[in-house]
Design a protein around this ligand. Structure first.
Ligand code: BJW
Length: 246
């Protein structure tokens, strides 16, 4: 039996025995749907920017059109993609084992939900949601925003921004607290398709490990969390998640 087959076997046994499984996903789980990972999304026109230069409030205030156009480009790209076998395996496991799996995602693409996963804890927001940059005044109505790049309030000029969590912004409290509870309570934490560079999301793997869970990584490349894991399964999520959870 190969090294990977042995490790897969062990992870499958841990999952079979686990009363509660927490899963943390990142952009890599959508790669096989044709969605570039977060760091790979910086191609073409945007290739010379670092993520921190686009995904921050400062960047948006400095050049709203540039940042808005980057998000519109990503929204358009997502219209034509479908969930892949990795998303589907997670949703199917949850359906077969109600209450046993909590899915926490850093992704903003909605593909887990479209695959049928329920109660997804979205730590970094929703790419398709809009909200106001500054506190909404009486004149600010999203359904009546004046067209533009970005759209704006015709009354006061407030700008529309994507409903995602940028660097330096707080994560949604309820989702983060529920994710921390799941990481603390799980027997196995599966970490799939994330570079593990961004906190507090990456901290969930450390939390789970400290609380006694087996931590299993699924990723074709090295991650910042490899040293925290009991098992690192080198492979893609569309291939390995169905094998682990099927
Ligand atoms: C495959 C694959 C295949 C390829 N199958 N895998 C502690 C220490 C140091 C710094 C900090 C800290 N705590 C907080 C910080 C600061 C900061 C941070 O973490 N900075 C680091 C860069 C150092 N964190 C924050 O600012 C967070 N906020 C915060 O802490 O607030 C505090 C606060 C409290 C109270 C009031 C105010 C403030 C917010 C972080 C928000 C992150 N937002 C983004 C953008 C979302 C919107 C958008 O999409 O545009 O979220 S950044 C970006 O990174 C995005 C992602 O969700 C996130 C993670 O990226 P991910 O998913 O890991 O993607 P990649 O591209 O990095 O990796 C892809 C992986 O897939 C790779 O490993 C590939 O190998 C793999 N892969 N193909 C499986 N087929």
């Amino acid at each position: 039996m190969s090294h990977l087959a042995n490790d897969l076997d062990m992870a499958r046994r841990w999952l079979a025995d686990a009363a509660h499984v927490a899963v943390l996903t990142g952009a890599g789980v959508s790669a096989e749907s044709g969605v570039p990972t977060f760091r790979d999304a910086l191609t073409g026109l945007w290739a010379h920017f670092r993520p921190e230069e686009l995904a921050t409030e400062d960047a948006f205030r400095r050049d709203p059109a540039r940042v808005w156009d980057w998000y519109q480009h990503r929204r358009r790209m997502l219209r034509d993609v479908l969930p892949n076998a990795g998303h589907r395996a997670l949703a199917a496991f949850q359906q077969r084992h109600p209450g046993r799996l909590t899915l926490v995602t850093q992704n903003v693409d909605g593909l887990h939900q479209r695959a049928g996963s329920e109660g997804v804890l979205c730590l970094h927001g929703d790419l398709f949601a809009d909200r106001w940059l500054d506190a909404a005044r009486a004149c600010c109505r999203l359904d009546a925003a004046a067209a533009g790049s970005p759209p704006h309030c015709g009354g006061c000029g407030n700008l529309v921004r994507p409903g995602v969590v940028w660097f330096g912004e707080a994560l949604p409290v309820a989702a983060l607290e529920a994710a921390e509870r799941a990481a603390h309570a799980c027997d196995v934490m599966l970490v799939a398709g994330t570079s593990g560079q961004v906190y507090p999301a990456a901290g969930l793997a450390h939390l789970a490990r400290r609380a006694g869970a087996q931590v299993v990584i699924v990723n074709p490349g090295p991650t910042e969390l490899d040293d925290t894991a009991h098992l690192v399964l080198a492979g893609t999520s569309a291939r390995l998640l169905p094998e682990l959870l099927g």
